[in-house]
Each structure stands twice: as C-alpha cells, then as structure tokens.
Design a binder for this molecule. Sequence first.
Ligand SMILES: [Zn+2]
Length: 247
Amino acid sequence: MVFIIFILGIIFGSFANVLIYRIPKKISIVFPNSFCPFCFSSIKWYDNIPILSYFLLKGRCRSCNQKISLTYPLVEFLCGVVAVFCYLKFGIFEMWVFFNFLFVLLVISFIDINTTEIPDELSYYLIFSGILLSIFNSLLGKDLFSKIVNSLIGGLVGFFVSYLIAFFGEKIFKKPSLGGGDIKLFAAVGAWLGWGSLFKIIFLSSFFALVYIFLVSLYKKVKMWGKYIQFAPFISFSCLIYIFFIT
Ligand SMILES: [Zn+2]
C-alpha cells in the first residue's frame, strides 16, 4: 500500500511541477500539454513519467538536448514522500486533507524560490479551504483539525501577528523583513492549524531560516545577513514538522 501511495504522490508531484512553472507565467494549467521550457516541443507521454523519465533521458530534453532542472524529479520525489507520511499518520481517507494542504505549500515554496513571490490565489485557496474544513470539522465533531472558531481566529491572528512582525521589522532593520505574500501565508496556516499553532510555526520557521543562513554563510563564505531570503519554504517545512511531529 505504501508503494501505491508513493506512486500517487509522485503523480501529484508531476502536477505540482506544472503549477510551479505555469502559475507565475499565467499560463493555463490544463492547456497546452507539457512542453520543454527551452524548445517548446511538446513532451510525449513516455517522456513524461514522473522521476523515471528524468533518469531515462539522462536529464536532457529529447528534442533540443537542453539540461532539464533537477528540481522536477525532486518535487515529484518530495510529493511522494509527503503522501507516504500523510498516509502513515492519518490513514487512507484523512490523509488527503493534509496532503492537499502540504501539496499547495510545496508549490508555494518552489514558486517563492523561483520568483520571490507567493501567488495570492494559492494563499486565498488555503485560507478558504482551511475555514471550510473547520466548518466540516465542527459539524462532524472531529478534533484532528481545528474547529471553526479556532480556524477563524487562527486566520486573523496569523495575519495580524505577521503584519506586526513585518511592520516593526521594517522600522528596526530599515528594510522589508516579511513580504505581503508571507503575511497571507501565515493567515492560511492559522486557518488550517488553528491559532495555537502559529507561535510554534513562527518560532520554527525563524529557527530554520537562521540555521539556513548560518550554514550558507559558513559553507559559501558569503554574507547572508541582511540579504533577502525566501521565507515560504521555511514556513512550509515548519508546518510539515508541526503536523507530523508536534500535534
Ligand atoms: Zn527541448
């Protein structure tokens, strides 16, 4: 079963790659079919098998021979792993609820890495679906996810606390510390995980960001302090840690 879940996860991962590439470019996500980002030739189904095709093609496009980024199989692999974790923790039905949340966070993270922006529509989707889920939750009496009041307060607290951090960060450091995209993302996290989760998520994501800054400055000997870093990957990773190891 774990293997089937992993395969399903990497198929979703393949779709994640489509979203990561197309949403910032405002290309339709259903049409046209997958194409090479260099020569625009469409990719045949047998060259579009998640993870496998990348290695069969030795990481190059069949028609123009350009190198395909390693992030494609990486995103697919990560989705597979996240799906398996969700399955092991929540079982075959409820896993999809959290897979949906973590899947969108993964897409947001890679878009943030590539473009330094977080698309509003993805944050709004998460805020909306988080509140919707909490309504179902309250109706069905489940305590696995946040209930409606907790979710609504969570969304608001997420928004205002990160807004305050952004506001005072800018005053203290004289430059933007948290972007508007991050603020909406914290609101989404609050709506999904409830307001009690937020302080842990904020703490964890700042901690991971600091570790990252420390390691990069140590390894590459470049000054990282004061440099702009994309924050969505750290928020997403913290949500993952929170869901699997803290709740
Ligand atoms: Zn090509």
